[in-house]
Each structure stands twice: as C-alpha cells, then as structure tokens.
Design a protein around this ligand. Structure first.
Ligand SMILES: Nc1nc2c(ncn2[C@@H]2O[C@H](COP(=O)(O)OP(=O)(O)OP(=O)(O)O)[C@@H](O)[C@H]2O)c(=O)[nH]1
Length: 904
C-alpha cells in the first residue's frame, strides 16, 4: 500500500468516535467481564433434553482454530479465552501442566499440543441463545451478542503437519499466533500456506510482546514479506512511556487505549479515549493516529465502500466510524481474493490482549454459511460442496465415467444413476475430524457436519472404509464435559459415540432408504480429501507375553483410528509388528499413547528410517494355487501376478473391460483383472457376476485380492523393506482360480499374497531390486551471519541439494504462489530502540532472516535441530516434509546396510 504522501496527521478538530462496545462500559472506563460465576453455573446446567445446537444460530457460530509455530502461545491463549468466556474458573498454565486443551497425559508432560481437541464456549459470555429472535442491529458490532465458538486446537510440531491439515480443513476461520520475539518462522510459513490451500479466512495475533526483544514492527513487516499478505494493523503495542514494559494496546479501529493491570488476571481493562491518551501517552496517541490513517488507506485499496465512507467524512481518517471500519475489514477477510489480514497484539501469558482478540474472532471471522465452499471429490471429479448438492458434480462424474468406458463392451442391464435421485436421498454428510479414546465415554468421533442434519440412530456410511454403522449417541463437547443431543445440524461440530470403525479423516453420509449403501456414486464421496504422506520412520512393537498380544493389537487399532498417518504392518516372515509414522517425535508420542495411556504391555524397538525397495525390471507372470485348511475350513483359490516398475504418476490404462480395480496405494499400484467374470450391474448400485463364489460380492473379492497383494508388497524380496514404485497386476481367471465355496476370502487373499511374493522373488533372479531412501524438502530459517556455514553444512556434509536462497518455494502444490509484497510499503509502528518508522528499509544486518530451501536425504537430517542450533547460536529453525523416495547409489546402499547390520 502507499503510505508515503498519504500518511499525514489528521487535521485539527477531529471528531471523536462514539464508543460502541456494549460490554465495555465507557462510563466507568473499566471493564470487568460480567457475571463470571453466573456463566460458569449456566455452563454446568445445560439441559440434556433441549438440543443445544438448536439454540446456537448458525450466524452466531464460529468454527475456528489457532495456528502457529510451536511455542508461539496457542495453549496459553486458549486457556485465557476459556477463562474470560467463563468456561473455566482459573487460568490453566502450560508450564504447570494444568491446561484444559492439552488433556492427554503425554501432552501435559511435554507441554506441547499433539491432539486437536474441540471446545465449545461463548463469547461474549452468555449461553449463545440470547437475543436469537432479535435480528442483529447493524449499528452494533457482532460482539454485542453472545456467539458460540467451537475452537479446534491444532498441533504445532512439524511431525504433526498432517494432523494440522486434518484439523484445518474443518475450520471456517483461524487465528494465527506469532511470537513477537521470533516473528514469522519457517513453521509459521508452512502452516500459513496450508491454511491458504483451504482458503481459510484469518486474523493474526502477535503474542509475547512482554518479552525482552519483542519487535512488533519487525514482525508486521515480516508478515508482509514472508506471508505475502497486507497486515491491517488494528492494534499497536503500548509500552509504558514508549520503551518501558508492555502494559496494553492502542486500538486503531476504536481509537482508544486498552490498559491492563500488571499481575492481575486480565479481567479489568482500563480504557482511554484518544484525548486521554494525548494527555497520558502523547507519543502513543500520535502513533495511533498514524495507525488509523494507514488502516483506512489500506482498506481503501481493496474496498470501494470504505472509500465512499471516507469521502462522506470529508477525507478525515479519524472520522470514519469504527463500525464502517469493522465492516470493511470483515468484507476483506471474507473475500478470497483480498490479501488483507487484520493484525492484533498482546501478551497472553500476562493476560493482556485476549478479550479484544475474541471480539475480532466474532466480528471478523465467518460464520459457517459465510465460509468458503469446502472441496469434495467423487472419484476423479472435484468441486465445491454446493455443486455437489445441486447435482452438477454427480452429472459431471457420470459423464466422465461413461466417457472413460467408451469402447468397452456395454454391461448387461446397465442403468445410469440419476444425479438428482442420489442427492435427494442424501440426508447429511459429515467429516470425522478426530477420534479420541475417552476413559469414561469410550471412543469419541468428532464430526463437522457439512449438509443436512446428522441424527441420533441414523445409519452412517463411511465412504473411506466402505461400510455402514449406526450412530447411537450424539454429544456436544465442552472440553471434558459433554451434553447429549438428538442431532447435529450442518455447520456445527459434535461428537458421535459408539462408532466401531470410523477413523480420523473419514467421510460419513446418512441417506434415506434402508439399503446398506447409499446410491451410486455417493459411495465415492470425499469431503476435503487429503493425501496421506508416506511414513518415513518405523519401529517394532513387541508384546511382553503372548497373552498380551490381543490387548496390544486392540490398542494399536485404536491408535490407528485416532491417527491414520500411523501405519501398522506385520512382517509375514518374522511375525514382527512394525509401527511406522511421519517423524521420530510422532512415533515417540505413539509409544507414550500405547504404553502409558492405553496401558498396552508392550515394548518398542529403536526408531529407524523407513527405507523402501523397488524392482529394476519386469517379473514373469507367476501363478500360485493356495490349497489348505484355514481355521478348520477348507480354502482353495488361485491367482497370477506380474510386477513391474511404476513411476508413481503414469495413469493406468483402464480401458480394458477386464480391469476390476486400479488403485495407487502407498506408492505402489495394484491392478486387478478378472477376464471372463462377466460383471453385471443389476440395479443402480450392485455389481455381480455368475462366476463368483457363492455369497461373495465383487467388492469382497476386490478387497481380498488387494489385501493379499498389500501384505506381499510390505516386504521386499532382497532387503526386506516395503516395496515402492511397484505395479502389481493380479489376474483372477474364474475358470482356473475360483473353486466355488472353497474359494473363501482368506484363500483368495492368501493366493494373491503368494503370487505377488513369488513374482517379487522372480525379480531378484532377473533385473534385481534397489534400495530407496526418503528425501526431504527442507526449509531452514537462519540469520544472515550463519547463512554461509548452514549452506555449507547442508551441501557438503549432508549431501543436500540447495534449491534456493530466500525464494518463496511452495511446499504444497496446491498453494498458489502470490507476488511478493514490499515491506517498505507497509505500515508498522516503530519498535522501542528503533529509529525511524514507516517506509523504512528492512536492514541488511546480521539479524536479517534468510530462508534456505533444499532437498536432503532424511538420514542426514536425523538430529539436525541440535546441529543447526549450534551453527546458529540457537536461533535457526527448520521444517521438512517428505518430497519423495529416491533410488540409492550402490555405494550409499552398501554403507547404509552395513550400518543397519552393525546395529548402529
Ligand atoms: N513471556 C511470555 N511467555 C509466553 C506468552 N505466551 C506463552 N508464553 C510461554 O511460551 C511457552 C509456550 O506456550 P504454549 O502456550 O505452550 O505454546 P503453544 O503454541 O501452545 O505450544 P505447542 O502446544 O507446543 O504448539 C510457555 O512457556 C508459555 O508460558 C506470553 O505472552 N509472554
């Protein structure tokens, strides 16, 4: 934005803003969050008969999350939010391990948030039902009425990136907390980009301004340069006498000062008008006027309405009403093309700045109907939920399917589904965003409902697992307290109790009719689908005794439902159970969960890198006939398998009518062919064949063959690492491979496994296999002084490949790369001990932050943080994510194998 010539102090005779905040009492100039005790009592006394959701009007609901760099103060801020809203009686303390949101013992012990907990509270305090009948008074800010806030606490550690994505996708808005000392860090950039992928409207809160070295102005400039957005500075910090301790904020929207008393719980806030500030803190008053001008100027660049208001006020920046500014900020926040992000200031630990931030959540972030349309997919077709509900997306999907099946023989009795019929039958769709094992209530599945209403006792079809299960109980959660409800309407967040299968990330549908599955193609519907990155670390899990094995398996199953980015495989030959995950900390936390929380009597081995194995050529077709009694039942089935290299991208040629399935799973492609099966679509949704074993449907056959192939692919033939970039084609010929009732699912699975394993072994005698290792995308933030040594260390000692210095290299393929913003053109107040203010050059000094983007083998990154800290005097930070698996050179392979064998 242009601040230069326009940044001038307003003319004399400035009009005073009318104060508008009803819960701030201007007469007393002292705010006390009202009737705290009353609100706590109310919170405890929710009627269990009334559906609490009914009283929470959607436009007075905010589904928000807090995103930040680790340790920026998410938990500390959340605890204050809960306290000021009357939800808790005392402020929890992360350092004492007494917080509400971090309620897993493992989290409390580590002081980090590892699990997203959803909490509902009201702001301003009330029960969210007040004044529901009365329409909103447009002259008052939304924060004049009590709102229901569903807060999802997202994890901050890099190992939990996938978990961050999972919680982000159900948010309608987010607060991004920055550490006022550290500024924008590599991980902030990463999580910011992730939020941009889902186009989530955001506000920024600069925290920890009480700490020595806090630099609000520098942080604001970093927001523009590193996050590529225009910070709309709504608050500036108030340091006593310009450079003393942090005592409050000056509010550029309402043109007032908010001062908190040192050492109190923060419920008392002294408010000062601009005139009072002039008398008490003239330099702050002057800066506040600058901030107001900059704010109006910035908004004017993107919002026509504020320009009109500005002209109506005779071009007096101070005369524009707070309501007009709030409305303009809101329009910008909700406009996906706008790059304006409102920015607030505080020190949560000192209980300063949290109530105005809560007002901002209510005033500026969207209600569920105002939030960006969530992405859904049906098969390969993607689009918005609204397009799905209109039937257009289904139409597109059916057209695509019929186009791709052109040239195929028409199936007998084929019926094309009517999109309107399918949508008409859809009663609700919801996303299970978190599965939590509650000691008292059992397994809780947190859901966000996107359309319709999820009712108690309805049958829920899980499109990820292809099964239905009933929802016997529904709850609305208040951290560890719960209220029983009859339904969860669209836009709301609630909990389903009693589901046996649903996992974190699954899409759940309820539909009309008594069929076991919803009409096609709804069975393939996915809400906000995300790609699960491959696990790169693994460890073995061993029960203490044979009798503990069942218990351990149950605990592992639960762990996997909670966190599907963990994987469990059983090595067929050694019988060892292997648990794999995204990072060392990820597996350490899983170990804690398993052993300390779930009380599994098991021990875990060393955490090791998950290498992969890949074939160098094509195997011959190998046929295996399995013929054995399984659990007292005769089983006989056969299968032919061929394996070949697969580049991970080339689409499968599915124009072959014999192809039953072609799926890429965990970096390998599984193709199932069944020539001569003569598949027929009988009715709308059922496929069958006269040659299937009695009682078996096509889906069961597919799953059995797939599971057999997956079990074989889990162990490479030469190095015993899981196979990668491998395509296996399995052929089931009914005449040769199916033997009526003897061909049970386990016999078919066993035949598929044996055939795949034999084809893999065939590779070894032919072209051979090669080891692959995970290569990471690494983004390192360091100061100028350490740049040289860090770059040298990465490229020479760690075999890394530097991609860029300082350039914005997008980690996510979806995130759009925005043109950069010149921080010189952004308003930022002077930091204490800094000389000039606006329009300054970002100084090129030793403290300037530099960003290194590189590709480095994961093996070389183990324990890197400690090393980076020593190279950068403790200031360097980094984030990394898996780029891909790469073939290892013969020399590197030999060295790694020697190390592994030596048990190093
Ligand atoms: N001085 C100061 N310290 C703060 C402030 N806010 C948080 N802290 C401290 O910073 C540390 C991290 O705070 P948390 O609230 O746990 O941060 P978090 O972002 O939730 O961290 P994760 O859960 O690990 O992602 C704790 O020691 C807090 O006491 C603040 O405003 N001022």
């Amino acid at each position: 934005m242009l601040v230069g010539p326009l940044l001038r102090l307003p003319q004399a005779g400035v009009r005073r803003m009318a104060h508008y905040k009803p819960h701030f009492n201007p007469a007393k100039r002292e705010l006390r969050i009202q009737s705290l005790q009353l609100n706590i009592d109310r919170a405890k006394c929710f009627s269990t008969t009334l559906s609490q959701f009914q009283s929470d009007a959607l436009d007075r609901t905010r589904n928000i999350g807090i995103i930040a760099h680790i340790d920026a103060g998410k938990t500390t801020t959340t605890e204050r939010m809960l306290f000021y809203s009357g939800f808790t009686r005392r402020i929890g303390d992360v350092d004492e391990g007494s917080t509400v949101t971090d309620f897993l013992p493992a989290e409390r012990a580590r002081g980090i948030t590892i699990q997203s907990a959803a909490i509902t509270f009201h702001w301003p305090p009330g029960d969210g039902a007040e004044g529901q009948a009365a329409p909103r008074d447009p002259a008052l800010p939304r924060s004049a009425n009590s709102h229901t806030i569903n807060l999802i606490d997202t994890p901050g550690h890099a190992d939990f990136t996938f978990e961050v994505m999972r919680s982000l996708r159900i948010l309608d808005g987010a607060v991004c907390i920055l550490d006022g000392v550290a500024g924008v860090e590599a991980q902030t950039e990463q999580v910011w980009k992730q939020a941009s992928t889902y186009k989530i409207p955001r506000v920024i809160y600069v925290n920890k301004l009480d700490r020595d070295g806090a630099a609000f102005g520098r942080t604001v400039r970093e927001v523009s340069s590193r996050l590529s957005v225009y910070p709309a500075v709504c608050h500036i910090p108030w340091f006593q006498a310009g450079n003393g301790s942090f005592i409050g904020v000056a509010d550029a929207v309402n043109l007032q000062g908010l001062r908190w008393k040192e050492g109190e719980d923060g419920r008392s806030v002294k408010m000062l008008t601009l005139e009072q500030l002039d008398a008490e803190e003239p330099s702050l008053a002057e800066e506040l006027r600058r901030a107001r001008i900059a704010l109006v100027e910035l908004l004017s660049e993107q919002d026509e309405t504020i320009v009109e208001k500005f002209f109506e006020c005779d071009e007096d920046h101070q005369a524009v009403s707070p309501m007009d500014i709030l409305d303009s900020l809101r329009r910008c926040v909700l406009d996906p093309t706008s790059r304006i992000v409102p920015l607030f200031a505080g020190a949560s630990f000192r209980n300063m700045g949290v109530q105005p931030l809560l007002d901002a959540v209510v005033n500026l972030l969207p209600s569920p109907p105002e939030a960006p349309d969530p992405e859904v997919s049906i098969g390969d077709v993607k689009g918005g939920l609204r397009r799905l509900l209109s039937g257009d997306l289904i139409l597109e999907q059916t057209e695509q399917v019929s186009a791709s099946s052109k040239g195929k023989k028409k199936k007998k009795n084929a019926v094309r589904p009517n999109p309107k019929d399918a949508i008409g039958k859809l009663q609700s769709c919801a996303l299970a965003f978190k599965v939590v094992n509650d000691a008292k209530r059992g397994v809780l599945v947190y859901v966000r409902v996107y359309s319709g209403s999820l009712d108690r006792n309805s049958l829920l079809f899980n499109t990820n697992l292809n099964l239905s299960e009933r929802a016997p109980r529904l709850l609305k959660m208040y951290a560890n307290d719960a209220v029983e409800v009859d339904s969860i309407p669209a836009g709301h967040i609630g909990v389903v109790v009693g589901l046996k299968h649903a996992r974190t990330g699954d899409t759940l549908l309820s539909y009309a009719g008594n069929k076991p599955t919803p009409p096609e193609p709804l069975t393939a519907l996915q809400l906000r689908p995300i790609d699960v990155p491959p696990p790169v670390f693994f460890t073995s899990v061993e029960p203490h005794s044979l009798s503990e094995e069942k218990r351990m398996q149950e605990s592992l199953d639960l762990l996997l439902r909670e966190d599907p980015s963990l994987h469990v495989t059983v090595d067929e030959e050694s019988g060892q159970t292997l648990l794999s995950g995204m990072g060392e900390l990820h597996l350490e936390i899983a170990r804690d969960r398993l052993i300390n929380d779930l009380k599994a009597k098991a021990s875990m081995g060393r955490i090791e890198i998950g290498y992969r194995e890949s074939g160098m050529g094509v195997s011959g077709p190998v046929t295996k006939i399995f013929d054995k009694d399984v659990a007292g039942r005769r089983g006989k089935a056969g299968c032919t398998a061929t394996v070949e290299p697969f580049d991970g991208e080339t689409p499968a040629d599915i124009a072959d009518e014999d192809v039953l399935m072609s799926k890429t799973i965990e970096g390998n492609r599984i193709i199932i062919r069944a020539p001569g099966l003569q598949v027929e679509r009988v009715r709308d949704e059922e496929e069958t064949s006269p040659f299937l074993p009695p009682g078996m449907d096509l889906n069961t056959l597919r799953t059995a063959v797939q599971n057999g192939a997956l079990a074989a692919l889990a162990r490479g033939p030469q190095f015993t690492f899981p196979m990668h970039n491998t395509q296996v084609t399995l052929t089931i010929n009914p005449a040769e491979h199916l033997f009526g009732g003897d061909s049970t699912t386990s016999a078919i699975s066993a035949a598929a496994r044996q055939a795949t394993s034999a084809a893999l072994r065939d590779l070894v005698s032919g072209a051979g296999t090669v080891m692959m290792e995970p290569v990471m995308n690494v983004i390192i933030s360091v100061d100028e002084a350490s740049l040289g040594s860090v770059v040298h260390d990465i490229s020479s000692s760690r075999g890394g490949h530097i991609l860029s210095l300082d350039e914005d290299v997008s980690l996510s393929t979806d995130a759009e790369t925005l043109p950069s913003i010149d921080p010189k053109r952004v308003y930022a107040p002077t930091d204490p001990f800094e000389t000039s203010s606006v329009g300054k050059e970002v100084p090129v000094t030793a403290s300037r932050q530099r960003t290194i983007t590189a590709k480095v083998p994961l093996k070389e990154m183990v324990g890197y943080l400690k090393h980076l800290r020593s190279l950068t005097a403790g200031r360097g930070t980094f984030v990394m994510s898996v780029d891909r698996f790469e073939n290892m050179s013969a020399q590197r392979q030999k060295a790694v194998l020697a190390e592994l064998r030596g048990g190093f």
